[in-house]
Design a protein around this ligand. Structure first.
Ligand code: GLV
Length: 387
């Protein structure tokens, strides 16, 4: 087993192990990938304030997200096609998250179905819902989420239409992959991934195939989003969905203070400051940059979390210092999953936890809940002066 000390180490193994089509799916932003890159580089602009001679014993990163105890303020984000990064990937990620004491969110676009994950895990997970035009299917989906005892619904608001990621088009992204000369040549070099895939039945979109009609190609994420996602989504429809669900709600994909205020008015439990990992509106500002303005706008009416660009425990701490009560990680755990399955997700969480805890201590804190903006040096123009 190689010595793994960073998320980047996992990414390198992941890149070697997983078919190019799925690596590219994970590692892309839309159009020029400006926002995808900014999410990461803006974290690096924030610097940390070193403090000394402070008692560092009994450190704790334990916290709460929507009232749920978490071992650190991190949840695993919904990631489409996770079960293509590694056989039964959603089940493995959910198990690793539960053992580590952080929430797992299952994507509507998952490979393992809601029922598969519920049957294979003990801890309640969260479910991410897209707003769909097929009301009957959407209602049945919400009922399935209730039957699986999911403890929160994460409604994604920033993907009514799919941002274009060039590589997915060029690769002919699908689940399972279609066998062309190009994919066969690549799959031939990914034998350990392939052997594991042969050992599972779960190789299509588990929440969709067999549950919905009227899609031209059930293997294609872009066909599904184009044909079924509700382009007419508005706040009224969000409210209707919230009522149908009746439980805890997290709204994902908020990047503007005005939208954050609208969301808070609806009485949601949390919002996630997010640009979908730079996969939707290219040219949007990074999540970490927008976070302070949104925290201010929401003014404590609901929890404010963020995702996008988190590749270390230091990034989690920086988000916390700028007012996020929680964070979500996507690619960082997918690298671990693709590299070594469940153990790789655990490794990603361990790496980030250690970075978080050590950085917190060296900044003079031993309880994550006491961390404030005080630990940061923030460049004057960090939030930007935009006309
Ligand atoms: C789906 O959520 C995607 O970003 O591909």
């Amino acid at each position: 087993m190689p010595v793994i000390t960073t998320i980047q180490d996992l990414k390198e193994i992941y890149k070697r192990r997983v078919p190019r089509m799925f690596y590219d799916y994970c590692e892309s932003g839309s159009w020029t990938e400006q926002t995808f890159g900014d999410n990461i580089s803006d974290f690096a602009k924030l610097r940390l304030r070193q403090r000394v001679a402070v008692d560092m014993t009994n450190r704790s990163t334990a916290s709460k997200m929507i009232g749920q105890d978490v071992s650190m303020p991190v949840a695993l984000a919904p990631v489409g096609m996770t079960g293509m990064q590694c056989a039964d990937g959603e089940i493995k990620a959910a198990r690793a998250a539960a053992a580590f004491g952080v929430p797992y969110t299952l994507s509507t676009m998952s490979i393992c179905s809601i029922e598969d994950v519920a049957a294979a895990t003990d801890a309640p997970f969260w479910f991410q819902l897209y707003t769909l035009t097929d009301e009957d299917y959407s209602d049945r989906l919400i009922q399935r989420v209730k039957d699986a005892n999911c403890s929160a619904l994460v409604i994604t608001l920033d993907l009514q239409i799919l941002g274009q990621r060039h590589k997915d088009l060029k690769n002919g992204l699908s689940a399972p992959p279609k066998l062309t000369a190009k994919t066969i040549a690549n799959l031939a070099t990914k034998w350990s991934w392939g052997l594991e895939m042969l050992g599972t039945k779960r190789r299509g979109f588990g929440n969709i195939v067999g549950h919905v009609s009227g899609i031209s190609d059930t293997t294609s994420l872009s066909a599904w989003t184009a044909e079924q996602f509700d382009q007419a989504l508005d706040w009224k429809k969000v409210e209707v969905l919230m009522k149908k669900w009746g439980g805890k709600v997290i709204l994902k994909g908020i990047l503007d203070p005005e939208d954050a205020k609208m969301a808070a008015k609806l009485g949601v439990d949390a919002i996630i400051v997010s640009n979908h990992g730079g996969r939707q509106l290219d040219g949007a500002l990074s999540s970490i940059r927008m976070l302070p303005k949104i925290v201010e706008a929401v003014n404590g009416k609901c929890e404010v979390w963020m995702d996008g660009g988190i590749r270390s425990g230091q990034d989690i701490l920086k988000a916390k210092a700028l007012g996020a009560t929680g964070t979500m990680i996507g690619r960082s755990y997918i690298y671990g999953l693709g590299a070594m399955g469940q153990a790789g997700v655990t490794k990603a969480l361990e790496v980030m936890h250690k970075e978080l805890e050590t950085t917190m201590a060296l900044c003079g804190h031993r309880d994550i809940n006491d961390v404030t903006r005080d630990i940061l040096y923030i460049p004057e123009d960090f939030e930007g002066r935009w006309a």
